[in-house]
Design a binder for this molecule. Structure first.
Ligand SMILES: C[S@@+](CC[C@H](N)C(=O)[O-])C[C@H]1O[C@@H](n2cnc3c(N)ncnc32)[C@H](O)[C@@H]1O
Length: 203
């Protein structure tokens, strides 16, 4: 293959950008969509809940984040961040919790990248590093929702939560607020099962 046809794989996690966010300036509850891709899930939330909530949309891949910026540009209560959710969650949410007195309604991690190889587990969005961080500052009753079609990832994540002492896990079948993204629909057409859980950081 000629040199100019080699495509180098770029690991988006090498983006070490760190954000600070001064909050929305009001105490509306906040939905967080981690790994928003094309933003369909966030758009579904906005269609359901409109201006009664604020929305933080996170996507690590720059081109996708750019499109999300454009998609939600006319919504004052939506902010899009292009970067690693694990690295930035604290700085994006702390100000809203502390200064604005806002509640984090739900943090959605929908169909995260599975990172199958053992040595890549630390790249998973829901990882020990994130749990160790959030338990220091996030209200423990904050709701988290996790959805995936990857059984091994789902089982690993349950095990991680249990090892870290988080036992308030509930499993459910139907998509939250009846929002199914194209990603989920494609999995269902393929005959894949979707695994879903809700948890809090309480033991
Ligand atoms: C399989 S897609 C999920 C799409 C979407 N959540 C849905 O349900 O349709 C996973 C997305 O998560 C993003 N992502 C992966 N790791 C991330 C991280 N650490 N921070 C933010 N986004 C991440 C990927 O770039 C990708 O767009």
């Amino acid at each position: 293959m000629g040199k100019n046809r080699v495509r180098h794989h770029v690991n988006p996690l090498s983006d070490r950008s760190e954000y600070s966010f001064n909050g929305f300036g009001n105490d509306r509850p906040i939905f967080v969509d981690i790994g928003a891709d094309r933003g369909e899930f966030s758009a579904g939330l906005i269609a359901n809940f409109g201006d009664t909530y604020n929305y933080i949309v996170l996507e690590i891949r720059q081109p996708l984040a750019q499109r999300l910026e454009e998609r939600f540009a006319h919504h004052e209560n939506v902010v899009v961040f292009a970067g690693d959710a694990v690295r930035n969650l604290r700085s994006l949410l702390l100000q809203s919790i502390v200064s604005d007195g806002a509640r984090i309604a739900t943090i959605y991690i929908n169909f995260p990248d599975p990172w199958f190889k053992d040595r890549h587990h630390k790249r998973r969005v829901l990882c020990k590093r994130l749990l160790d961080d959030v338990r220091l500052w996030m209200p423990l009753d904050t709701e988290w929702v996790y959805q995936t079609d990857q059984k091994m990832l789902f089982d690993d994540t349950i095990e991680l939560l249990q090892c870290e002492g988080f036992s308030r896990i509930t499993f459910f079948d139907e998509p939250p607020h009846n929002i199914r993204t194209k990603w989920e629909k494609a999995k269902i057409v393929n005959g894949d099962r979707i695994y879903r859980m809700q948890f809090t950081l309480q033991s």
